[in-house]
Write a protein that binds this ligand. Sequence first.
Ligand SMILES: Cc1cc2nc3c(=O)[nH]c(=O)nc-3n(C[C@H](O)[C@H](O)[C@H](O)COP(=O)(O)O)c2cc1C
Length: 278
Amino acid sequence: MAIPFSIKSSIDSRRSARNYKMIAVDAEVLKSVKEFARSISVPFDHNVEIKFFHAEPTNALYMTMKSPENNIAFISETDFVSISKVGFIGELLILFAQSKGLSTCWYGHYKLSELERLMPHLQSVEQLNMGYGYSKGITIGKRAICITPLGYYEDRGLRVMDRITKKTISFKRKEIKDLLEIPGDYDKLSSDILYALDLGRKAPSAANSQMWRFAFEDNFKTISIAMPIGYHHFKWEHPNVDIGICACHVWLGLLDKGYYPNITVSEKSERAVWRLSM
Ligand SMILES: Cc1cc2nc3c(=O)[nH]c(=O)nc-3n(C[C@H](O)[C@H](O)[C@H](O)COP(=O)(O)O)c2cc1C
């Protein structure tokens, strides 16, 4: 797939936005985002569904902020590999939206009953009774995993403290050296791999936990991306989504350097493990 946006500048400029102008996305721009969503093609099979939906300007859905008019839901089965693919596919769309001047924010915490009212998609009452976003507890069946607002960032009207601390937008990341399973590998990495890992480390993650770790096989021709075995986060029980987002960034970095890696993703030790082979 030819990537129709500037990879590095879209990754570098993307920030999670949590305050939006209460206006609809320009019709032409929205059309281009929908067309891109339909055209996404990646070198692995997936069943991620992308649904665009409208919301009202209330706190009912995101709870901590008002919904803008346009929003997107990423839907899949709930096994580790499927939700990780949601991260990969969703991030491609989020970066495309960024390149069109739109703001977004991955949300794993949202009110499921409100989402179901706005965008009916659940297959059973049991799913609805689980109530609260996709943050905690066991989930079953095909359902929205994460959602994102799609719109224009509004920095006016923020509380003074939020403006000063930039609480509504954030950017702080670990160094590549701190993300390698074997720290001594750092000096053996080519500049192309370092470029791809640098884009990988800039991926968004829930609570900015950056739980991805990089390892290498086949004389550094394969990069594997996964969270540490047994990793748990007290607020976000689905970090495999985030791992897919990071894998998307690393893949884009390799494409940017002229590689067309094969991708496999499999379940190992209750984790999704991505392998990108050049
Ligand atoms: C899978 C996922 C779920 C997230 N869920 C939420 C959420 O429910 N609420 C929220 O305010 N931010 C959420 N975020 C946004 C992160 O807090 C944000 O990506 C992180 O702090 C890094 O900041 P940045 O995206 O501006 O680089 C989520 C991010 C990811 C990747």
